[in-house]
Design a protein around this ligand. Structure first.
Ligand code: AKG
Ligand code: FE2
Length: 281
């Protein structure tokens, strides 16, 4: 009989350590313990410098050509663009989103085929306040969403690294209705709701004195975080520096639906489905 009774990713299960015994891959097991306990882990993808430089050059080229698409304005906190869908013109970006080691590990963690459906390329730090990606991307069954953040150059305390609240993936899932907000019907309402959500997260961290941790990783390493982990971008101490990175978000092939929490009302069973634009090579 499966010990995983409530249809959540096994590494998030209260039966985690029992389930872990049946797993074979020793390296992945260690990382799965990090995912279970802290909600994130760091993995080396052994990418060549030439490949990473290829991505950085593609981004630079299309940025100069002005041919980039970005996230909505409401998710920009400084002058640096959050470049989405670069895989549509950069083979290198598409290749990274389909990295074999990364996909193998995610298959191990979720027992389901990972589907890369979103890429964001950064040239500078996001300076984005703490949030859970589950306010942006929901799934049924819940928590079949993962973020992978690949350093395309070394990160340090000055160039706006990623920061996390270890263990926060175990907090209750929050939707806008928990914050007494109606589901948004347009971007203006979404922005109002999102600012309230950000303040809620800021207050939780402040008043419950949660520990935050900056992650300084090396070029070619990836941070993987669980669906509900609080994370954000540290303020850039030096705006002359760059912080080249690529984020890939994955849902999974066994999900019943994927939905956009911004426009949904899960408490009333109202889900606005997200059709996945899966990153193809
Ligand atoms: O890169 C960052 O600073 C934050 C990015 C992020 O939160 C995301 O892509 O989900
Ligand atoms: Fe995020």
């Amino acid at each position: 009989m499966s010990l995983n009774l409530i249809n959540e990713p096994w590494f998030e299960s209260p039966f985690f350590y029992q389930i872990l015994k049946s797993k074979k891959n020793p390296n992945f097991k260690k990382l799965a313990i990090d995912m279970h306990e802290k909600g994130y882990c760091v993995l080396d993808l052994n990418l060549s410098d030439a490949f990473i430089d290829g991505i950085n050059n593609d981004i630079k080229k299309y940025l100069n050509l002005g041919k980039i698409k970005t996230n909505p304005k409401i998710y920009h906190y400084n002058k640096y663009p959050r470049i989405v869908e670069a895989w549509k013109y950069s083979k290198n970006v598409a290749k990274l989103a389909n990295n074999i080691t990364l996909k193998k590990f995610l298959k191990f963690l979720y027992d389901s085929k990972p589907l890369p459906f979103s890429t964001i390329n950064f040239i500078g730090g996001s300076e984005q306040p703490f949030h859970s990606d589950y306010i942006h991307f929901g799934s049924i069954p819940h928590k079949y969403l993962v973020g992978a953040w690949v350093a395309l150059e070394d990160t340090n305390s000055k160039n706006g690294p990623l920061t996390v609240v270890p263990g926060s993936h175990k907090f209750s899932l929050i939707d806008y209705q928990d914050l007494k907000r109606e589901q948004a019907t347009n971007m203006k309402e979404l922005e109002e709701n999102y600012r309230i959500y950000e303040e809620y997260v800021r207050n939780i961290i402040k008043y419950t004195k949660l520990e935050t941790k900056e992650l300084h990783i090396k070029k070619g390493q990836v941070i993987i975080w669980a669906a509900n982990l609080l994370h954000g971008g540290v303020k850039m101490k030096n705006h002359k520096l760059s912080r080249k990175s690529q984020v890939i978000h994955f849902h999974f092939s066994d999900n019943k639906i994927n939905y956009n929490p911004g426009f949904s009302n899960p408490k009333e069973g109202y889900y606005v489905e997200r059709k996945l634009d899966i990153v193809k090579l």
